[in-house]
Structures are given as C-alpha cells and as structure tokens.
Design a protein around this ligand. Sequence first.
Ligand SMILES: Nc1ncnc2c1ncn2[C@@H]1O[C@H](COP(=O)(O)OP(=O)(O)OP(=O)(O)O)[C@@H](O)[C@H]1O
Ligand SMILES: [Mg+2]
Length: 265
Amino acid sequence: MIEIRGLSKAYRGQDGSQVQALADVDLTVRDNEFLTVLGPSGCGKTTMLKMIAGLIPWDEGSIAIDGVEVDGPGPERAMVFQNFALLPWATVLDNVAFGLEMRGVGKAERHERARELVTTVGLAGFETKRPGELSGGMQQRVGLARALAVQPKVLLMDEPFGAVDEQTRRLLQEELLAIWEHNRVTVVFITHSMEEAVLLGDRVVLMSARPGQISEIVDVPLERPRSSDVGGLERSSEYSEITAHLWERLREMHAEHGRVGGIAS
Ligand SMILES: Nc1ncnc2c1ncn2[C@@H]1O[C@H](COP(=O)(O)OP(=O)(O)OP(=O)(O)O)[C@@H](O)[C@H]1O
Ligand SMILES: [Mg+2]
C-alpha cells in the first residue's frame, strides 16, 4: 500500500518566482491496484510520481510504502518514463538487464532474465539491437521490460504510451494489461487520455491544477480481465457512463480555472 499524506511541493524558479506544484495531496494506492492518474498539463502528475519513486524531495507531508517512509529510490519501485530514457549505446538486452546489473546480478543470470522479458514484451529477435534502431513503440517495450526486470512491487508509469501512434498504443495497453493480469503489482499510471485512464484503471484519480490537487477519485467497475478485448469495453454502457462523468468534471474544472490544457480523449 502506498500512503500519501499532506504532500506539498513548490518549485522555486531561477527568476525567484514560485510554482505550487502540489498542495496537500492525500492518496492511498491499494496493493496490486491499477491506479490511473488524469489531469491537465502542469497539475503535478510527474512531480507526484517522481516523489513516489524517491527521485525528488517534497516540502511537506509524507509518502509511505507498506508502512516504510520513502527516502530515496528503492528496489521495490521501478519507473517507466515517457521518453523511454534508454541507454543509447547499449543493446536491448543490456538495457533490459541494466537494473539487475546495478543490483550486482551476474551477467549470465541477468541476461537470462532479460531474455525472458524481451520475449514477454514481444521483442524476441531484437536482443542485440540498439535503441536508435527501434521504433518508439519498441523502445517503450524495452522501457517496460527494463522496469519489470527488477520485479518491482510498485510500477510507476509516466505517460508511457504518449509518444507512440494510436495502433501501437492499443497493442501496448493490451500487453501491459496481460502482463499485469498474469503478475499483479501495484501500478500508478499517468496519462493524458481519459479513454486510457478508464480502460486500464481500477480507479481514476482526477487532478486539478494551480495548485495541483486531487479533485476526485472515480471507480471503474469494468470487469477483468480486460486485455483480450479492450476495444469491446469501449462499446459498453459502463464505459460510456464513466467517461461521461469524467467529461462533466473536466468541464467544471475548465469553468473554474478557465483553461484545461493538454486534456485529450
Ligand atoms: N524542475 C522544475 N523546476 C521548476 N518548476 C517545475 C519543475 N518541474 C515541474 N515544474 C512545475 O511544476 C508544475 C507541475 O509540473 P509537472 O511536470 O509535475 O506537471 P504534469 O502534471 O506532469 O504536467 P504534464 O501533463 O504536462 O506532464 C508545473 O507548473 C511545472 O511548470
Ligand atoms: Mg508530466
């Protein structure tokens, strides 16, 4: 369980100005839950995720994972970045094995584990390629395999499919769901897409900007497993009801703030 309590963060700009990125955020992420986070550009989604990852400090509040306060990165958490963040000079296999290497796992063992994961994410045959030789969708598969390699309890995903085309995105969504259905871990998944938030999540956290706060948490009672027919879910009446509700909330936020940047369905 991830418990976020009273989390606040202000960035101080070089010109002396201050941006309140997060203000008094409370959020509990349940064990093995798939939580999606939706909100306008600049509402503090990445900031919150990096804090859970232990990559940046905060001003006030606390984050605890299974009762242990977050104080820097840890082996039980892995992050998948929007821009892939792969090592350009290393092969697919070495990229996937990177986290294991950092943990001192021997070459034979880490390559064996990496090979399995490369197959899991559909990249068998590409083990010796470099990231520059891969498409965006393939690079993101490497990013996902690299995160999974360390067998994290918590998978933190920051708009992982934001940079790929729609067809690839749908395939990656189905693959991620299939992997998660097979081996449930706690997932916090940030997206700009309302559709994606609803199709993947057990709950959707809706954030508002200036300052970044949680506006609402919406349950998604769509049945699982969902990986085999994500497209079919979109045609269900439950899906329409949830997305209609989210649109209403986003419209209200738009009226309150005058602008909802970056939201797309
Ligand atoms: N390193 C930084 N220095 C100063 N301000 C920052 C920094 N990182 C983020 N901010 C500011 O904090 C706020 C929240 O940023 P954050 O990146 O968390 O938003 P986001 O919700 O992830 O946005 P997007 O959807 O565009 O990725 C924004 O106003 C941003 O300008
Ligand atoms: Mg972001």
